[in-house]
Design a protein around this ligand. Sequence first.
Ligand SMILES: [Zn+2]
Length: 58
Amino acid sequence: MAIIACPECGKEVSDKAADCPHCGFEMKPRIVHFLTLGESLTLFCICLVGLLLMYLFR
Ligand SMILES: [Zn+2]
């Protein structure tokens, strides 16, 4: 178990905690959101390259 700083209030929170006991900030959905954002960016890049190739080779 490690102690990390809450991204919302900066206080010490266990990395096992689902939310910050000081301000109630949800820790785990942020990680899920980050992964979703990364996947969205990857998907966006693939679409962009696809559109570019369609434009170049039409
Ligand atoms: Zn907090």
